[in-house]
Design a binder for this molecule. Structure first.
Ligand code: NAD
Length: 496
């Protein structure tokens, strides 16, 4: 099967920007270096991205600083900033089909996902923060009668955002929307595997009225552009979404440079627990499968450790396996495809390596387990389930970031809690039970930033998102996210 004509035809419907967006203009990397932009749909090169390095990051930071100091954005009355952000959301919405197509071409997730989830959620995120900004008040302290204490929030200045490829524009919007509405100037460093939507969106932001220099984008490799941003002496904060390993590096760069504020949204190895009193085994099986197979498992909250009470495990796993087998990898550009490609060849090989390791360490392969659609030239792995997994095994401890479920049996509630929390991560967890006591006890016992009861992945822009333990700190989404982009200032005024 070949998809190459699909990619070529789709490319004609999108605007591809490949250069850095600095001070309102597209600018090539000063070194002239470029990076290949490969579509994982068929392995073809669809563009060459500017490979920015420290010199380009410095230029972008200078533009951001100058725009911040100018006050053109940072001192704009909140209602005006709100209006421009609403225009920005409208622009993204007006280009939603194009952006969805671009995202799918760039990173291989099904077009039905980018069209129905990623891009509409980006619009919602920008609107949510736009609407918030003229409705938030500062505080007055309980000061004595001859003094006034005011506790005000001020923008940080220049915010750098380093973001991943799995929900490229959505994860970026969770950073740039709250950073912009609070009056900061921003430099985005999208993942090198998927930068196209962020570059195009910066152009739309400028058309919507965001002043030059306020939203800049420097594409390039993490080890060059991302590192340069985190080490830069004039960046006030770096907000990061990505792997725990790189999150640790970013913290180090912050410490080595100017003690910039750091917020990290990192990886996960989330447990989903199915008790024998699960209220609806069919619904739970469907949710358990989609918790890992949505976007081919490239989701930070993927429920990759499936903990099932031994009394119901075989029956339940058979149901999950039936869902897995029904999910055939297919052309991401086809509207009927529900399971697409992995982001690139390296990621595919990483996932296949973990699958091999699972077998070698004694886990039992239930279904999947190999590459699919290799004739297409793209990077596909079949939905895979392992049974008989011990929580100490590599596939139960390390984040695979691919479509692999590791099923682990347990005897009772306490056993489930112990296994669930036996991980360095703490991003998400869930339990299926009819027992109210178990539901409440699990919600408080599970060490994770998101806990789901009788569902998976219930979430909304109005609720905070982030992790415990090595899944990071700081929260995206909701009004709590605004804390990351502002400094608290106390003003004490003595009255005479
Ligand atoms: P990654 O850590 O490899 O890369 C993330 C970003 O960091 C990219 O922009 C990359 O270029 C940059 N980077 C790489 N090396 C760098 C360095 N030395 N210095 C500075 N920047 C550097 O992650 P990824 O593979 O793009 O994304 C997958 C990871 O993201 C998974 O671990 C996933 O769990 C995590 N993730 C977390 C959340 C969350 O909200 N917690 C959401 C989505 C993804």
């Amino acid at each position: 099967m070949t998809f190459s004509t699909g990619v070529a035809a789709a490319l004609k419907k999108v605007t591809i920007r490949t250069e850095a967006f600095i001070n309102g203009e597209f600018t090539p990397a000063q070194s002239g270096e470029t990076l290949p932009c490969i579509s994982p749909i068929d392995g073809s090169e669809i563009a060459r991205l500017s490979a920015c390095d420290a010199a380009d990051v410095d230029l972008a930071v200078k533009a951001a600083r100058a725009s911040f100091e100018s006050g053109l954005w940072s001192k704009l009355p909140p209602r005006k900033r709100r209006q421009i952000m609403l225009n920005f959301a409208d622009m993204v919405e007006a280009h939603a089909d194009e952006l969805a197509l671009l995202e799918t071409l760039d990173m291989g997730k099904p077009i039905r996902n980018t069209r129905n989830a990623d891009i509409p959620l980006v619009v919602q995120t920008i609107r949510y923060y736009a609407e918030a900004i003229d409705k938030i008040y500062d505080e007055l302290g309980p000061s004595p009668h001859d003094a006034v204490s005011m506790i005000v929030r001020e923008p940080l200045g220049v915010v750098g955002a380093v973001t991943p490829w799995n929900f490229p524009l959505l994860m970026a919007s969770w950073k740039f929307a709250p950073a912009l509405v609070t009056g900061n100037s921003v430099v985005m460093k999208p993942a090198e595997q998927a930068s196209l939507t962020m570059l195009r969106t910066a152009e739309l932001a400028a058309e919507a009225g965001i002043p030059a220099g306020v939203l800049n984008v420097v594409p390039g490799n993490g080890a060059q552009a991302g590192k340069a941003m985190a080490l830069h002496m004039d960046v006030d904060a770096v907000v990061f979404t990505g792997s725990t390993a790189v999150g640790k590096l970013i913290m180090g760069y912050g410490a080595q440079s100017n003690l910039k504020r750091i917020a990290l949204e990192c990886g996960g190895k989330s447990p989903q627990i199915v008790m024998e009193d699960c209220p609806d085994f069919d619904a739970a099986a469907m949710a358990a499968a989609w918790a890992v197979f949505y976007d081919q498992g490239q989701v930070c909250t993927a429920g990759t450790r499936l903990l099932v009470q031994n009394s119901v495990k075989d029956e339940f796993l058979a149901k999950v396996a039936a869902v897995a087998k029904s999910l055939k990898p297919g052309d991401p550009l086809d509207e009927n495809t529900r399971f697409g490609a992995l982001v690139d060849e390296a990621q595919m090989n990483t996932v296949l390596g973990y699958i091999e390791k699972g077998g070698a360490e004694g886990a039992k392969l239930v279904c999947g387990g190999g590459r699919a659609l290799s004739d297409s030239g793209g990077f596909y792995v079949a939905p895979t389930i392992f049974d008989g997994v011990d929580n100490k095994m590599t596939i139960a401890q390390e984040e695979i970031f691919g479509p692999v479920i590791s099923a682990i049996g347990f005897d009772d509630f306490d056993d489930a809690m112990r296994i669930a929390n036996d991980t360095i991560y703490g991003l998400a967890a869930g339990i299926w039970t009819s027992n109210l006591n178990y539901a409440h006890k699990a919600s408080r016992t599970l060490r994770a930033g998101n806990v789901w009861v009788n569902c998976w992945d219930g979430s909304d822009i109005t609720t905070p998102f982030g992790g415990f333990k090595q899944s990071g700190f700081g929260r995206d989404r909701s009004l709590h996210a605004l804390d990351k982009y502002t400094e608290l200032k106390t003003i004490w005024m003595k009255l005479s």
